[in-house]
Design a protein around this ligand. Sequence first.
Ligand code: NAP
Length: 252
Amino acid sequence: MAFDGVVVLVTGGSRGIGRAAALEFAAAGATVAIQYRQDREAADEVLVALGGGPHIALQADVADPAQVQTLVRSVVDRLGRVDVLVNNAGVYTRHPVLDTDYATWQEAWRETIDTNLVGPANLVHCVVPHMVRNGGGRIVNVTSRGAFRGEPDHPAYGASKAGLNSFSQSLAQALAPHGIYVTAVAPGFVETDMAAPYLHGPGGDAVRAQSPLGRAATPEEIARVIVFLASPGTESAVGAIVDVNGASYLRT
Ligand code: NAP
């Protein structure tokens, strides 16, 4: 299989898109380390779905630089290497500028940027020396349509994902000469816990109507694109930001 002998680290692998990506990679032969923040039960359920065996689940807060170092060290200690990093963990905190007090605003920005942007940057810093030593690797960053379309009620989120897109492209140029290929996937709404309040609340029909498909994406659809971008033979996609938003927002 395409991923036999390959070790993949998926952050936020306990639920949603990360869970689907972990299953997809394992089905293609990879050994998967999933990271989760607090939901041990969900992480254990994913391990069972993966079939146990060599796969592992590790707890860490990606917003904490020291925990990121420990996480990467643990994966390398236990699985020997990291060939693919999927920076998927993220938060989507509501903080509209006109309705958010200053203290809450600070908190929302700090949590969002630390989790969605600085976390992935730190993971990259920790993982890349191992990839160089092993002759190469792949990094897939999960960003968002919101980086391009705007996030009026979640402005830090939009900024964090725009930053992650830019970071992905800078890394693509810096790391391709070392055999490390960096790409990004930018989903629109996806049927996960994160989007549930919007898809299943009073505005759900309007959200679904943004796409001519009349629905949100499934986590599996996003996972297949992540796995594709991490696959051997797709090297020239390096630097790409792939929209997976059901044509709900078409960039020019
Ligand atoms: P989700 O269902 O809410 O799952 C989030 C995952 O991230 C969980 O595994 C959670 O761990 C983990 N996580 C959150 N904060 C963390 C932290 N500080 N440290 C470590 N892990 C943390 O989210 P999702 O919808 O699958 O989203 C996955 C990615 O896709 C995110 O980056 C999101 O921004 C992006 N995205 C999602 C949508 C959408 O509509 N769902 C659209 C565009 C982009 P626990 O389970 O332990 O809490």
